[in-house]
Design a protein around this ligand. Structure first.
Ligand code: FE2
Length: 375
């Protein structure tokens, strides 16, 4: 059974954790220099800032890349010891930090810790010639953390300690605009623990739920609940595996990420046909659905503005809800471990997550799992 309640789009006066938006997503990777090249050439992110040996940092190198409102930080360890190296050894390339912009990082820390969050970083001020930034942080699922970033008194390129950085190669953007949602995979029977965490500690609401009947194929299943903050700008679906005849894709993730973590980052575009054409031409690999998916698509979703042939050629999926429709497509994992992948999404009124595509999509993932010997 699916239960849906309308997302709360007005900010309640009691919102104790007002979030301005996603500030950045930081990955710990094995080789930040090469990862930055990949995100620039394949996804069209522009390198804007750097910290490393040349800036006086001894333990790690970080590259900051940006495309419209999406900011990625790629950090690699320079030594075999320390939390960055340990994280990378255990998880492979993956998301360590989901940073949220706030007006008051001290209050965000105090309010969430008072409600039960495990502290990660006490409110800390960093300053340089461009002003100061206050950051604080709490632990979430697995080895992932939320940082609260207060940057209203800062005019520098990213954070104190970083210097502007430009690539020798021009960046050609692909039309990615903002983070629409970020999904976490958690362990067996842990979904509701994290639903309660987001409700109680961060004041989020559960706006959609999918049980294993909604998200199952002949072979595997998962369950998912979508958590949204008060103003609806931040959405974190939480998945857990469910019993099926074979191994759930969430279980495969947990096996290779060695625990819970970020499964996918959904990036919004205003023109998915153009964006996906660009990404494909630059070598980004997408999941494909059988061409029969398109045979009765318009019967299911009704009129859409886009040419069906273009969608079929690119493998873009469509779904409709009460408020409109959405177009979406999923990449294959972007590193060697079958862990993190991206979703490209264009919303035309719809505020849901493509439930009508789940079956086709999960069968596509199972075909990949079959090839990997992990189904
Ligand atoms: Fe998604």
């Amino acid at each position: 059974m699916t239960t849906a309640v309308a997302p709360n789009t007005s900010q309640p006066q009691t919102d104790f954790l007002p979030l301005i938006g996603t500030d950045y997503v930081e990955f710990y990777v094995g080789n930040a220099k090469q990862a930055a090249h990949f995100y620039q050439t394949a996804f069209g992110f522009e390198p804007v800032a750097y910290a490393g040996l040349e800036t006086g940092r001894r333990d790690a190198a970080s590259y900051v890349l940006q495309q419209n409102k999406i900011r990625l930080v790629l950090t690699a360890p320079l030594q075999p010891h320390g939390e960055i190296a340990e994280h990378h050894k255990k998880h492979g390339d993956g998301v360590r930090v989901i940073a949220l912009e706030v007006d008051d990082a001290t209050s965000a820390f105090e309010e969430t810790v008072r409600r039960g969050a495990r502290p990660f970083l006490k409110p800390t001020t960093e300053a340089d010639d461009h002003g100061h930034v206050v950051r604080s942080g709490i632990h979430i699922y697995g080895d992932t953390v939320h940082l609260f970033v207060e940057r209203k008194n800062y005019a520098g390129v990213f954070l104190p300690g970083y210097r502007p950085f430009r690539s020798l190669m021009p960046t050609v953007p692909t039309g990615l605009k903002y983070v629409d949602h970020m999904v976490g995979n958690v362990g067996w029977n842990e979904m509701n623990i994290w639903v309660r965490f987001y409700e109680q500690v961060m004041g989020f609401k559960n706006i959609l739920s999918f049980d294993d009947k909604d998200i199952s194929t002949e072979y595997s299943a998962l369950m998912s609940k979508v958590m949204s903050n008060g103003n609806g700008r931040i959405k974190f679906p939480i998945n857990e595996p469910a019993e099926g005849k074979k191994k759930s894709q969430v279980e495969e993730y947990l096996d290779f990420y060695i625990g819970p973590g970020v499964q996918h980052i959904a990036c919004a575009t205003d023109n998915i046909i153009e964006t996906v054409s660009q990404l494909r031409s630059r070598g980004v690999d997408f999941l494909s659905v059988p061409s029969t998916y398109y045979d009765h698509l318009l019967d299911r979703v009704g009129h859409i503005d886009e040419e069906l042939t273009a969608l079929r050629d690119l493998g873009i999926l469509v779904d409709r809800d009460d408020e409109g429709y959405l177009l979406q497509i999923f990449t294959k994992p972007v590193a060697d471990r079958p862990t993190l992948f991206y979703e490209i999404i264009q919303r035309k009124g719809a505020r849901s997550f493509g439930k009508g595509n789940f079956k086709a999509l999960f069968e596509a993932i199972e075909r990949e799992q079959m090839l990997r010997g992990t189904l």
